[in-house]
Design a protein around this ligand. Sequence first.
Ligand SMILES: [Zn+2]
Ligand SMILES: [Zn+2]
Length: 396
Amino acid sequence: MQESVTNLSQKYFNKIVELRHTIHMYPELEFEEYNTGNLVCEIFDKAGIAYERNIAKTGIIALIEGRKKTQRKKQCVLLRADMDALPVQEETGLSYASKRAGKMHACGHDGHTAGLVGAALILNDLRDHIEGCVKLMFQPAEEGSGGAKPMIEAGVLENPRVDAVFGCHLWGPLLENTAQICSGELMAGVDVFELEFQGRGGHGAHPHTTIDPIVMAAKFISDVQCVISRSLKPVDAGVITIGKIQAGTTFNIIPQNAFLQGTVRYLNEENQKLLQNSIENIAKAIAMQFGGKFKLEYKKEYPPLINDEKMANIARKAFAKLIGNENIITQAKPDMGAEDFAFLTQAKQGAYVFLGISKDLNNPTLHHSSTFCWNDENLKLLMQGYTLMALEFLHS
Ligand SMILES: [Zn+2]
Ligand SMILES: [Zn+2]
């Protein structure tokens, strides 16, 4: 079977490279991935692959049903790719560089989409040898507000019911032809908050007649640092970052309000509660101390991304056939960035794989930068990897 997968990946390679280049030239931002979807569906139409589109605006679900008879209970595995680009002005000078000003595939999602189409074509040719079925999920908006959750809410994990989920990210911090497949905590959960301190404005020379929201905000920023250093277990990871502060108009006026925006990162729900409660308690205590008020809007965005141990093993077996066990990293510290594949691993057992694209780790490929680029050859490994993970799950 693996030989067929390799041969078919050769057969479809040029088509998939062409698809990647076209997607790269015409990048689309979150929830605008209509043309990208057209390109994917055009290929599926020609290949006779069934799909449903416009799920959560621009998402696509394709289904490949295996025809091999089996006594075992038939299973369904989902493979996922993200389709969105970023608001970055491309400066790579590539022949297939973005033709859209201020938009660029600077994270590799053009490759994920093309690679998963490649896997779909390979799996479709192998239908007679497949037990169970494979769902292919092309989601919008990984970078921004998240397309995975609305697609799950639209029912993509049902009819047929999905038993396991796998995803891949082309990854700059790793060398080409290496992969990182860990089990357990992989990426952080992320919350965002907006905090407003409400005081009483007045003359800068008469602070005693005012309630100064700038001082409240400053105290909050300083006090909140102690949550990570004093309340969180020293061996646990967590982040509280204030990324925005806004208050006042000029030097001699104490304003009425001060606004803060921040992000919170954690690796488990217990710490999520600790961090959220601490932020609220500190804001409350400061408002009380100064005689002012506060308004906190706290929102959970993505949960932590956790790889299931069994599914990580299946992914390792699949990639070991392509690059050898020695090129798979199985132990690594989690990254405090976030990834909405986490909604899929929260709902179903699954694993997320990082696949290297750098040629030199002293000068690695940087995601989200205007010069982000990687070699098309990596698409071969990506499409074969997706395919073999599905087969390994269905047949093991
Ligand atoms: Zn990204
Ligand atoms: Zn990405």
